[in-house]
Ligand binder design. Sequence first.
Ligand code: ARG
Length: 468
Amino acid sequence: MSDQNTGTKSSNAMWGGRFADGPDALMEAINASIGYDRRLAPQDVEGSRAHAAMLAATGILTDSDAELIREGLLTVLSEIEAGNFAFSTALEDIHMNIEARLKELLGEPAGRLHTARSRNDQVATDFKLWTRDQFDAMDAGLTALMKVFVAQAEAGPDMVMPGFTHLQTAQPVTWGHHMMAYVEMFARDRSRVRDARARMNESPLGAAALAGTGFAIDRHMTAETLGFDRPSANSLDAVSDRDFALEFLTTSSICAMHLSRFAEELVIWASAQFRFVTLSDRFSTGSSIMPQKKNPDAAELLRAKVGRIVGATVALLTVMKGLPLAYSKDMQEDKEQVFDAADSMMLSLAAMTGMVADLRPNAEVLRAAAASGFSTATDLADWLVREANLPFRDAHHATGALVKMAEDRGCDLADLTLEDMQSVNPSITSGVFDVLTVEASVASRISYGGTSPERVREQIARWKEALA
Ligand code: ARG
């Protein structure tokens, strides 16, 4: 994209009336946002077209001027989209770049567009429209992701795998249960997206610089045209508020954190030591030196993305902290953070969706791992409580002794004889062996939300209906 530097010598065409000298090159460099806010061109045109229509409807502009402006704005946008627009650093930002081009195209009427408006409400409007689209994209991305997790769960509601705490074998769980845990997490993310989207959907347009305007504008009209629920209620707040961007970032941070947790599980599970899952070739890479390698790069990058999204969150919070009302130029530093975080977020959601769709659990390996590490010790203790009427603490102690015995012999709990069992507690009967299999263990966990296949099937059915 070309960048013509037009304003270093003469004063700025948009606001230079009181200036004799043009800005220093360094001033221009630190001041300009056009390098990145050109992304807001479609929103800027949409906002300006709504504003022009409203100015005509309220009699502030003639219908013919408004029509010229509205058409001219579409021409400018098509130039930008076609890549034949000469962006100017001297014109600072997307708002003034578009307006200046409109002036070239239309002459005098273009200068009437900025009546009853300021760049302060203009940028707030543009950025809100842009961020609102990102909330919607995130909503759709999360829905797609939840669907592939549900599909994974459906493939294994009774596939047994080890459940971990402290990454140590804890109790057997089912693959379906583990997958559905992520569905719950992403459902909370989606609900945060929806909350924030509903909260942010108020139009700043017409707040003008900060105080409102003396022109008889109709803020309800522009709000409605732009798909906002209502105009924001306080003009000072309207131009000062970046909560919508912060909520996008905090919501994204939590979601990216969730993605990083599953990404980490995938990295572990795909290792030669675990072999719990096979990642598709489509989401793996090779090594340039070690021919045997199949690396989980996508998962690793998904594990990392949270870093830059949280970084953007902290950056913008720090920019906004302590800013007096109303607009300050500090706030121009909002966009790059949100753009970068949004790009990372959408790419992460799409990549995780693809990776999960392709993922293949290795049922045999999962089952064998579930049976190791004395994973049914809790079932044995529970049996002693239920069948031998032991207090749970005593049952825990007796089971611990049996685990020690099996460990010393290098065998599993189920490999101990009845005599071995009775040497620790004489009231144990052969019925105890029924609860020592991993299948019996998961089947017994029928409490609401538990890992038993029947409970997991209920969770799957509930989400399938909700996502249909
Ligand atoms: N480029 C500016 C931004 O992104 C637009 C608003 C400028 N307002 C002003 N009063 N200088 O924040």
